[in-house]
Each structure stands twice: as C-alpha cells, then as structure tokens.
Design a protein around this ligand. Sequence first.
Ligand code: CA
Length: 523
Amino acid sequence: MDRRNFWKSVGTAVAMLSMVHCLAGQEARPAERPNILYIMSDDHATNAVSCYGGMLKDIMPTPNIDRLAAEGVRLDNCLVTNSICTPSRAVILTGKYSHNNGVYTLHDDFDRDQQNVAKLLQTGGYNTAIIGKWHLHTEPSGFDYYNVLPGQGKYHDPILKEKGQPWQDHQKGGKEYKGYATDVITDLSLQWLKNRKQDKPFFLMCHHKAPHGLWEYAKRHKHLLESVNMPEPASLFEDKSHRSDGSREYGRNILNLAGRMNGLKRGKEWPTGRLDTTEMNDEQKMKAAYQKYLKDYLRCIAAIDENVGRLLDYLDTEGLTENTLVIYTSDQGMFLGEHSLYDKRWIYEESLKMPFLARYPKEIKPSTINDDIITNADFAETFLDYAGIDIPSDMQGRSFRSNLTGKTTSDWPDAMYYRYWMQFEGSNVPAHYGIRTKRHKLIFYYGLPLGRKGTTPGWITQPGWELYDLKKDPRELNNCYSDPKYAKTVNNLKSRLLKLKEQLEDKDQQYPELMALRKEHWD
Ligand code: CA
C-alpha cells in the first residue's frame, strides 16, 4: 500500500470507528461502565475464608464469599501496607501510603479535603455511597450518601450516622437500628441499591464491623460450632527463641486474651459470656481462650457470609451480575492463634495478608488464582481504571485490572513495603518496617514512638532484625537473619528496602532518633 492509500484507509477506518462510537453513544446506557460493589469486613483472616483452604475450611465453610472466587479471581498475595483499621482504610481511599495520606495510626484524623477515590468516581459520573464501618474520624467526603457507625460501632442494635445529620463528634450521634450490625448494614446497602438513581453506575462500599473484637455474634449463631473441638494452629505455643529482641516478648497473646475473657471490661462481663479460668494453669488457659475466641469469631463470620449471599442474590435478581465488579476483602488480616497471638498489626503473614476476591464476568475468568504482589495502595487506582477515569500521578499504587485477567506486565512490582507506626504500650506491638518479596521477608524493629499520635511516649523497645525464607518456612518459625547462608540475601534486601522507601517518599531522615538507631544497627 502506498502512502496515500494508507492514509486513505486510515481515514476510512477512523470515520467508521467514529460512526460506531456515535451509534454506541446514542444507545449508551450508564451500565456500560461497571458498577463497583466493594464489600469489606473488619479483621477477616484469609485462614477463615474457606476458598483459601486452611484447617478451618470444612469446619466453617463460607460458601457465599467463596462464590466470588469460583466465579472470579482469588488473590493470594494481597498485602496490607500498615496492618490496622484506620490507616488501612485511608490507604484504600487515597491510593497513598500512611506517610503520604497523613493517617499513620488509629488516632490520626483523615484529612477529608485531600483527594480520594470516592471524590474522583463521584465527579467522574458515579453514584457513590458508603454504609457501615468508617473509622476515619472526620466526616466522609466524596460520597453522595453515607450511613456509618460512629467510632467502632455496636454489634447489637447499632447506631449509624446518616448524611445530612450534623457530624460533630465522630464517636457519637446517629440513629439506632434494631437488629444485628451485619444484617443492618446489608439491609441499608440493599435499600440504597434499590433506591439509587439508575442513570449512573454505582460505587458502593459496604463495610462490615464484623468480625472485629469483641466478637459478638448474632443470636441465631449462638450454638454454631458448639460441640466442635477447634483444631489448634501449629504455632499456638510457639517457642520464640528464634526471634529477635525486637519482637520476642511482645504482642497480644492468647494468654492475655484469657485474662480479659475471665475478668471484667469497664465493669462489665465479657459480652459473649465470661470464660472462667481461675482454676487453670497457663496452658489450659491458652487452650480454653483459643476455643472461645475461634468460635465467637467464626460465628461473626457466619453472618457475614449469609449477608454477602443476600447482596449477590440481589445482583442476580436485578440482572446486575454481568456488569458489576464485586469485591470481597478485609481491612487487614488477623491472627487466629498463630504465633500465640490474636489481633493484627504485625508484618507476619496472617496479619499482612488480606483476603481479596473479585468477580467481573466480562473480564475475569472463573476460578482464576493470582499470586502477584498487590497491596491496598493499589485498590483506588484499580477502581478508577475500571471506571475509565485518569489515575492522579500522586497516587502511589498501580491498577491491577489486567493482572486479574491473567496479564501481568513484566514491570509489575515483585516486592512491597510495609510499615507499622503505632508504638503503643497498650497493644504491646513495637513499630517496625520491612520488605516482603514472594520468597523472603526482612523486618526491622525500630521500636520508637517518633512522636506519632496514639503512641506511648517513652515506651522504647529493643531494636532487632528478622529474616524469613517463606519458601522453606511459610509459617515464619525460623528467623534466619543471622544464618551466614543468608548474608547475601540480607544485604540485597536491605538495599532494596532503602530503595523502596526512597521511591515511596518515606523519609527516616526527619526522625533523628531513628537515624541514630539505624546508624548503630543497620550493618
Ligand atoms: Ca481492622
């Protein structure tokens, strides 16, 4: 083809394309951009989602949540960048790490004037709503509708604050709804879906309070698992001599939980009934508290699973399944007795891993499993990609839309950066940061409060380094930092860690006490 004919044919093709575009435009229905239904629970461990396998899968199946994996994709390396409620939620909304979105700890207020994904979707033509747990202190911004729990919220007869009411104190205010929180949040979500303006695609964040402590289940699940003897994880009684001084003695362990379940909390008995451990030795206490913890926790999950089923049924009934991206995830992971722990906060796998399932039949093949390293800093970018909205250059993650279809670009990150800032004596978890690749994890416990909100001034814990070889030791029971065989790996990971920090603009240089510690303990 000569030049002129080439341009002529290009011209014809362009004309045809614009005709197609025009025709499509005439019939364009808002349904052409996908709806996004984002369901997130609070503290749901991958080990308690049955499609992830694990020892609880037959004891406590989650068939409705699993439907998303069977009809879509399961992420096996979805990792949280700061494993705690408020910070994780801020990362998800902004696509920025804690040090760039300003929410380092549970006690930082979210700056509602900064850019967030709901604002971008809203101005980009989406109907936006958030219902349920919020926990970012300031009034939600970017949502056409919100109805959220003040603070942590209540499990039974929850109070929610609806858009239009004065915001004022984020811990107080709102209206009582009779029933169980997970049911109520789903009822309100369904109500919003039914009454939504149908001229736009929707973005709904349905955020459950469950299964956050103190694990108050619905009355209908009171007898669930009653006669079951829950299997114990291999590391319930972990010998922590392999650990560094930075972590060995710390954490919220099950023995401490036994004490809490036995005693009173603010003058009240434990909400699901006291666990009397007075006659027990420590081992018996651990075992008894573990049984109660797991049963209460899994009963909370039973209600989540039922309610995920209700939302999926609604999409089916309304013919919305094809054109809705549905996600199920949790704000972080959770320890279910592994390393003798409950709670989260740590960089260890159970706390670091988020369950993440996504269904979008137009693009994602059924039963896809993806093990790329994806973080909660990538969520916002991904929503924008599906919505066809430009991703702002100051967002720090990347869209993983194409990863979900099996196409991972060759430059996709093969490591992630983690940082837990909240050096707080009450939770007994030291501040730390680290790098996680598919094979290894290197952790630096610096143990300093650095003047951050919600930390304990003067609570300074021992520094320490840890390295785990996740291929040989997936349960992280052998810290091999000092093993000469790993000397090269350690050096390599240290320089990659510094490079990642630099790329992500997390500057230790602004904390002289941290730099002094690094000088002493880096090599
Ligand atoms: Ca949480």
